[in-house]
Each structure stands twice: as structure tokens, then as C-alpha cells.
Design a protein around this ligand. Structure first.
Ligand code: UD1
Length: 419
């Protein structure tokens, strides 16, 4: 099993090219199922999750190719609507094929994703929403079997909670439903807007982009198009955090400051100088120790849960103390015991954590537990005295493209070791 060996103490400086967003790439791939002519998506990040979904879609009979940073898909050979457990269990986002398959082919059998390390994460909202559009749903032997006679029918969907995947699934399904669908309490993450933009390019009629009410007027069919995945705001924030925690200066390019204003505000509150360009962001910590900053994770446009662990790591060496409330997921503090092994002072009570900054972290063998938590350990290791060994980094490979090369490019001493 691969591990990272990181020698801490380097002030990181330089440029990092940001990849396409994993969380946009996955719904965009699922949306290829809706197109009745070939579709081409570029700026695809080369990640394990992307490869898993490509494999799942290929298993449906779709002629799908992934070369360089571009995926091309042609659904004319699609011959089944079955997503098996062995693929779905490795990635919860596989459930995103459910809506497109039922909408276009009237039937789908998709394995339930099951629990995951950061909480139970059910899909009840996805299923309830599809039922509201007329799908008949049965859950049996760990599989969701969804069926509709003829077409889905437009209707009103009101989510009980803000769900990113649920919004995406129903948005895709509604594009081919008869009549108008109104999705209320919709998630507003930039990746949803990216999906809506591609669907519109494919011929869908969607209004209310970037708001919590999406109105979709169903069309007969959708066609292929050329599309590029939006920049990864979480990867952007993660590399800016690497500058903050090491007192360095890093410019992220091929990104968009508008995608993560709330996170940039927090970096400024830490005392960093943040400069924004049209497609770049630079963070200069000027060799200073950041001030610890409090925040609460909430749906977009508020502070993203996917940046919680990284900012907690920066707080661990911050001046003063900060309170962090995690409101999106239960059990998303699994990085805390690992950060504590490196000398961090963090007290957890339920979904709140109080971080009291320490002057120095020290290297220790640690274990990655989930994708973003893993990056927080990388950050801590970059700032720590000594050499840190991070185990189970397969979690990181799910979501950070070329992480060693990108970090080495800004001066980090990191290497991958196996065994
Ligand atoms: C997506 C992101 C993930 C991010 C999360 C929240 C992708 C591939 N993943 O995950 O990186 O951390 O949004 O921003 O885009 N819930 C239910 N029932 C449902 C659906 C969700 O109870 O049917 C709950 C979940 O357990 C969770 C909360 O709602 O507590 C938010 O989940 P959701 O927004 O759906 O997250 P994902 O789409 O899985």
C-alpha cells in the first residue's frame, strides 16, 4: 500500500495549476447517459473516482473513452441499466447514474452505495424526488430498482435538506420528463451550476441557476456537445492552505476566485494577503504564523465541509484558538486523533471542535481516513518538524490529481513509497 513520506519545514512558494473539479466531473459523466449523440468532456481530472465512473458507464454498454484529459462517450450501444455493487460500493457518487437511466430508458437497477467513513449518507432524498416524478421504486437485496411506464412526469420536488447529489440526480432526470419540474431547496454548489450549464448545452431547458429553486422544462431528447469541467475549488483551497500553514506564497492558476469567496475570506482573516486575478488566486502568508479562525460548515455559498479538515490543520499551528462546527456530516472529525498525534491541541464535543494553536507540530506516523482528511495530514506534515509517514493514501488519490508533483513544484519534500 502506498504511503507518503514528507519532510516538514519548507516554506512553499510557486505556482500550482488547478485541475478540473472531481465533484463536477462525476455528475457530468453521469449526464453523458442522457445524450443521444456523441459527447466530449475535457479538463477531466485523472483520478480514481473518475476512472471508477468511466468503468461503470462502460459496463452499461456505452462506448466511452478516456484519453489525456478528455472523455468521449457515445450511448448508441448502451444495452443495460445495471450498476453493480462491486463498483458502486467504492464510490457513493455512482448513484448519480440512477436519474439519467430512468429518465432516458425507463428503468435502472443501481446498487445502494452503503455507508461510508464520514457518516451514514443515505440516498432517501434521491429516491423520494424520483418518486415525485412518477418513478416506481423498490429497494431489494441492496439494490434500488426504479421503473417508469413511458416518461417521467414533471412535478414539484422539495428536498428536506440541501443535498448536492440529490439535486444533481433529479436535475438530470427532470431534463427528459414530460412537463415542468420545480426543484425547491436545491443545492447551489458551483458543480451543480456546471452540470446545469452542460445540460443546457445539450438542449435542456433550466432556469434558476445559482439559486435554491431550479425550474426544468422537459424536452424530447438531449444531444451531445463539447464541454470543459469547471476548476476544482477544493483543490484550489487546499493548495492555498499549504501556503498558509508553511508561511509561504502560492499562486493557484486555471481556477476562479468566485468559486470560493467564503474560504478566501477566512484566509484573509488569518492574516494572509490574498490577491485575486480573473483565473488565478495568490496567497502570501509573508512568513507569519496564521491566526486561528472559527467557522461553521454550511451549504454553498457558505463555508464548504470539504475544506473543514484543511483549515483545521492550519488552525492547529495558528495564533489563539478557534471553534469549528461541522453541520453537514456527522463523524467528519476523523482527522482529529491523527492531528493530535502530531501535537495538535483539539477538543471535540459532538459536531464542534475547539482548536488551540500550538507553535510547532511534530512528525509522527499517521493514517489517512478519508479524502479531505488526508490532505489535512499532508498539510500538518508540511509544517511539522521532522519526517511524517502517512499511510493509506489511496484516499487522497480519489480526489487530488498529481499531488506529489504539484507539491514538489512549490518546494515540498514529499515522496511516495510503497510497501
Ligand atoms: C457531495 C460531494 C462531497 C461534499 C458534499 C457536501 C460529490 C461527488 N460529493 O456529496 O464532496 O462533501 O456534497 O457538500 O459531489 N443526505 C441524506 N439523504 C440523502 C442525501 C443526503 O440524509 O438522500 C444527507 C447526507 O447524509 C449528508 C447531507 O445530506 O449529511 C449532505 O449530503 P449531500 O449534499 O447529498 O452530499 P453528497 O452529494 O453525497
Amino acid at each position: 500500500m502506498d504511503k507518503f513520506l514528507i519532510q516538514g519545514g519548507q516554506k512553499l512558494e510557486g505556482e500550482v495549476r488547478i485541475s478540473g473539479a472531481k465533484n463536477a466531473a462525476l455528475p457530468l459523466l453521469a449526464a453523458t447517459i442522457l445524450a443521444d449523440s456523441p459527447i466530449r468532456i475535457s479538463n477531466m481530472p485523472n483520478l480514481r473516482d473518475v476512472n471508477t465512473l468511466v468503468k461503470l458507464i462502460a459496463g452499461l454498454g456505452v462506448a466511452i473513452e478516456y484519453v489525456g484529459d478528455t472523455v468521449t462517450a457515445d450511448t448508441s450501444t448502451l444495452n443495460n441499466q445495471f450498476a453493480p455493487y462491486d463498483l458502486v460500493k467504492t464510490m457513493r457518487a455512482s448513484i448519480l447514474v440512477l436519474g439519467p437511466l430512468v429518465a432516458r430508458y425507463g428503468e435502472a437497477k443501481v446498487s445502494l452505495p452503503g455507508g461510508c467513513a464520514i457518516g451514514s449518507r443515505p440516498v432517501d432524498q434521491h429516491l423520494k424526488a424520483l418518486e415525485a416524478l412518477g418513478a416506481h421504486i423498490e429497494v431489494e437485496n441492496g439494490y434500488v430498482h426504479a421503473k417508469v411506464d413511458g416518461h417521467l412526469k414533471g412535478g414539484e420536488v422539495i428536498f428536506d435538506m440541501v443535498t448536492v447529489g440529490g439535486t444533481e440526480n433529479i436535475l438530470m432526470a427532470a431534463t427528459l420528463a414530460d412537463g415542468v419540474t420545480t426543484i425547491r431547496n436545491a443545492a447551489r454548489e458551483p458543480e451543480i451550476t456546471d452540470l446545469a450549464n452542460m445540460l443546457i448545452k445539450m438542449g435542456a431547458k433550466i432556469e434558476g441557476l445559482d439559486t435554491d429553486t431550479l425550474v426544468v422544462t422537459g424536452v424530447e431528447s438531449l444531444h451531445g456537445c463539447d464541454y470543459a469541467v469547471v476548476a476544482d475549488r477544493i483543490e484550489t483551497g487546499s493548495y492555498l492552505a499549504a501556503a498558509a500553514i508553511t508561511g509561504g506564497r502560492v499562486r493557484t492558476t486555471h481556477t476562479d476566485p468566485a468559486l470560493l469567496e467564503c474560504v478566501l475570506d477566512k484566509f484573509e482573516e488569518m492574516g494572509a494577503e490574498v490577491t485575486r486575478g480573473e483565473d488565478w488566486i495568490e496567497l502570501d502568508m509573508q512568513g507569519k504564523r496564521p491566526k486561528a479562525v472559527s467557522f461553521r460548515t454550511l451549504p454553498h455559498p457558505d463555508f464548504p465541509t470539504d475544506m473543514q479538515a484543511q483549515i483545521m490543520a492550519v488552525n492547529a499551528i495558528g495564533r489563539g484558538f478557534a471553534t469549528i462546527s461541522e453541520t453537514i456530516f456527522e463523524n467528519r472529525f476523523m482527522h482529529v486523533p491523527e492531528l493530535s498525534r502530531m501535537g495538535a491541541n483539539i477538543q471535540v464535543e459532538g459536531n464542534d471542535a475547539v482548536v488551540t494553536g500550538v507553535e510547532k507540530l511534530s512528525a509522527a506516523p499517521v493514517m489517512a481516513t478519508d479524502l479531505r482528511a488526508s490532505f489535512s495530514l499532508v498539510l500538518a506534515a508540511l509544517a511539522a518538524e521532522g519526517e511524517t509517514l502517512i499511510d493509506r493514501i489511496y484516499h487522497i488519490d480519489r480526489g487530488y490529481e498529481h499531488i506529489e508533483a504539484k507539491l514538489q513544484g512549490i518546494g515540498a519534500k514529499i515522496k511516495r513509497v510503497s510497501g
